[in-house]
Design a protein around this ligand. Structure first.
Ligand code: SF4
Ligand code: SF4
Length: 134
């Protein structure tokens, strides 16, 4: 798969750009509905994808080698689906031919996410939406 083909697999849901919080006592990782400050919540796209690692050192690159180790990727993520040998969903842009379908189907974070910039760090816990599971 070429780099371009790999990149085209991303459905643009923005779910991987939601903040994760780790419980220091037991290592549990919680998912929040707060998004990385670089995520444009309206488009669900990174505001500077080319420079993301420079501007946001914590940003994780999703590569074919890493996918199976990234347990926080959502079950809808195309990279995860391909890794598990499953088909892309009907709303995926490569299937539907429509990049807006991921939003219309309610898969993207557009209607739920709030930028981390708008919330004080002490309040992050109020935005937990669940535990990250395998
Ligand atoms: S969760 Fe997967 S499909 Fe969705 S934006 Fe992230 S990498 Fe792309
Ligand atoms: S830097 Fe961009 S790609 Fe990385 S987590 Fe933030 S919004 Fe997502």
């Amino acid at each position: 798969m070429t780099r371009q083909e790999w990149e085209s697999l991303c459905d643009g849901c923005g779910q991987c750009c939601l903040l994760k919080l780790e419980d220091e006592d037991d290592g549990t990782i919680y998912l929040t509905k707060l998004s990385c400050s670089m995520l444009d919540v309206r488009t669900c796209r990174c505001s500077d994808y080319a420079k993301r690692h420079e501007l946001m050192p914590d940003c994780v690159s999703i590569t074919p080698e890493k996918v199976r180790t990234l347990n926080w990727l959502p079950h809808t993520c195309a990279y995860r689906l391909v890794e598990e040998g499953r088909d892309l969903a009907w709303w995926h842009p490569l299937v539907s031919g429509d990049t807006d379908m991921v939003h219309a189907a309610g898969i993207s974070v557009r209607s739920e996410a709030r930028s981390e910039e708008e919330v004080h760090e002490d309040d992050y816990g109020h935005y937990i939406i669940g535990e990250v599971s395998e």
